[in-house]
Ligand binder design. Structure first.
Ligand SMILES: O=C(O)CCC(=O)C(=O)O
Ligand SMILES: [Fe+2]
Length: 399
C-alpha cells in the first residue's frame, strides 16, 4: 500500500486552522485621537478620545452616504449598508499605523509561513461613521488589486452601543464588540481588528452613540521592493503551527511504509484568493508567496523540507448526465490536465492522495466546444489545490 488512511489522518490533524483575524485594544497618546476633517476650505478638529455628541453629529453630517463594491461597481443601497464615509482627501490625523506597532502585530499574529516575512503596506482607505441604526450587512471586501490580502479596521473610543463586527469563515463565527473593548480600557485606546479579505463580515446595527472607524487595505509589497518605512525585521523562527506540521511530515517521510515509491499528496485550499479566471502557471506560482493561514504553512514547511509544493488546477468531472459526445470531448480536452471525479477523494485516476478535501473557495469555469447533434459548448469546473510531490524512500526531496 502507498499510504494508509491513518497516515493521511495524522497529516490532516497536524494542519491547524488559526483564526483568520487578530484583534485587540491599543492605548495611544492624546495627539493620536485628534482628527481634522472637512470637504471645503474650512477644516474642523475633533478629539475622538473625548468627543461630545454634538461634535460627533457634525462629523457624521459632514460624511457622504457610504457605498459598497458589487460586481466591480460602487453601489449605494441603504438596505445593505447604512453609514457615513469620508474619502481620504477629506480627513487627516496623526495616528501612524507603522509606528503604532500594528503592522508588526499583523505579521506576527495574522500571517503565517513565507508571507509573514514579507513587507506590508497599509493603504489608508476610508473614515466611516455609524450613527444610531447604521449597519453593514454581511459581505467580503472587494480586493483592490492582486496584492491585497486583508483589511485593518480601527475603532475610536467614541461612546456607542451595538455595532459589533461579526466575522464568518469556514463555518465558524466570531464577534468583535469594539464598543466593549474600548470602554473596558483604563487609558484612551483604539480597538483594532485585522482579517483576511476572504473573511465574511458584518457590522451589526448601532443602538446608540456614534461608531467612528478608519479602514486600511493591507497589501504585500514586492519582496525585493523597499518597504515604505523602516519596518522591524520579522521573527525568523518557525511558528507553532509550522513546527507541528513539520514534525508530523518529517516522521512520515522517515517511515518506509509511507509512499515508498514516491507520490503526490493533495490539499484543498482554506482561503479564497484574488486571481483571474483561468490563471496561468506563472500566476499560480506568484500566488504561492501570498498564501494565507494554513495554506501558507503547508507551502513553507514543504519548502523547508525541499519538497516541491505547487498550486494546480484540478478539473472536476461532474459525471452528471452529460451527453456522450460531451463526455468524450471532456476526456480529450482534459487528457493532459489533472482531473478528479466530483465526489471522489480516494487516490484516483490522477494518483493524488488527498489529505484534505478539495474546497470550492477558488473555483473556475472553462468552456469547451463539442459536437453532438449540433455544435455545443460544454462547461468544465476547476478548483485550485496544493499538490506536494514526495520522492521515493531515501530520496524524498523533490526540488
Ligand atoms: O466598520 C467596520 O468594522 C467594518 C467596515 C467594513 O466592513 C468595510 O468598510 O468594508
Ligand atoms: Fe468590509
Amino acid at each position: 500500500m502507498d499510504v494508509t488512511e491513518e497516515q493521511l489522518e495524522l497529516l490532516r490533524s497536524a494542519i491547524v486552522q488559526k483564526q483568520p483575524f487578530c484583534s485587540g485594544a491599543l492605548p495611544l497618546s492624546p495627539e493620536n485621537f485628534i482628527l481634522f476633517y472637512g470637504k471645503d476650505d474650512v477644516a474642523h478638529r475633533i478629539d475622538l478620545s473625548q468627543a461630545s455628541d454634538d461634535a460627533l453629529k457634525l462629523l457624521s453630517e459632514t460624511c457622504d452616504a457610504a457605498t459598497f463594491g458589487l460586481n466591480g461597481q460602487d453601489v449605494l443601497d441603504e438596505s445593505y449598508r447604512k453609514a457615513g464615509k469620508l474619502d481620504i482627501s477629506h480627513f487627516a490625523f496623526n495616528f501612524d499605523v507603522y509606528h503604532s506597532g500594528l503592522i508588526n502585530t499583523i505579521r506576527e499574529h495574522l500571517l503565517e509561513g513565507t508571507p509573514a516575512t514579507r513587507p506590508i503596506r497599509a493603504e489608508l482607505y476610508k473614515l466611516n461613521v455609524y450613527g444610531k441604526d447604521s449597519f453593514f450587512r454581511s459581505h467580503k471586501d472587494t480586493p483592490r488589486g492582486s496584492t491585497m490580502f486583508g483589511t485593518l479596521v480601527i475603532v475610536f473610543p467614541t461612546r456607542h452601543e451595538g455595532g459589533a463586527l461579526v466575522l464568518r469563515h469556514d463555518e465558524k463565527e466570531w464577534t468583535f464588540d469594539s464598543a466593549e473593548v474600548v470602554s473596558d480600557e483604563p487609558k484612551p485606546s483604539i480597538a483594532y481588528i485585522t482579517f483576511y479579505s476572504d473573511v465574511e463580515h458584518e457590522v451589526l446595527p448601532v443602538e446608540s452613540g456614534y461608531r467612528v472607524t478608519i479602514t486600511y487595505n493591507l497589501h504585500f509589497e514586492k519582496a525585493n521592493g523597499s518597504p515604505p518605512r523602516s519596518l522591524p525585521k520579522p521573527i525568523p523562527h518557525a511558528l507553532d503551527n509550522e513546527a507541528r506540521f513539520m514534525d508530523v511530515l518529517k516522521t512520515l517521510l522517515d517511515d518506509p511504509t509511507f509512499l515508498s515509491d514516491g507520490g503526490r499528496l493533495g490539499f484543498g485550499l482554506h482561503h479564497q484568493y484574488a486571481i483571474s479566471q483561468d490563471p496561468s502557471d506563472r500566476e499560480l506560482q506568484r500566488l504561492c508567496a501570498s498564501l494565507k493561514g494554513s495554506d501558507a504553512v503547508l507551502k513553507a514547511v514543504c519548502d523547508d523540507l525541499s519538497l516541491c509544493a505547487f498550486l494546480e488546477l484540478v478539473y472536476i468531472n461532474l459525471n452528471n448526465g452529460q451527453e456522450e459526445e460531451e463526455q468524450e470531448a471532456w476526456a480529450q480536452m482534459f487528457d493532459r490536465c489533472i482531473t478528479e471525479d466530483e465526489d471522489d477523494d480516494d487516490p484516483s485516476e490522477s494518483g493524488i492522495h488527498w489529505v484534505t478535501e478539495r474546497t470550492t473557495y477558488n473555483t473556475f469555469e472553462t468552456s469547451f466546444p463539442f459536437y453532438g447533434n449540433e455544435p455545443s459548448i460544454g462547461t468544465a469546473y476547476a478548483e485550485i489545490c496544493m499538490l506536494v510531490q514526495i520522492g521515493k524512500l531515501g530520496k524524498r526531496a523533490s526540488i
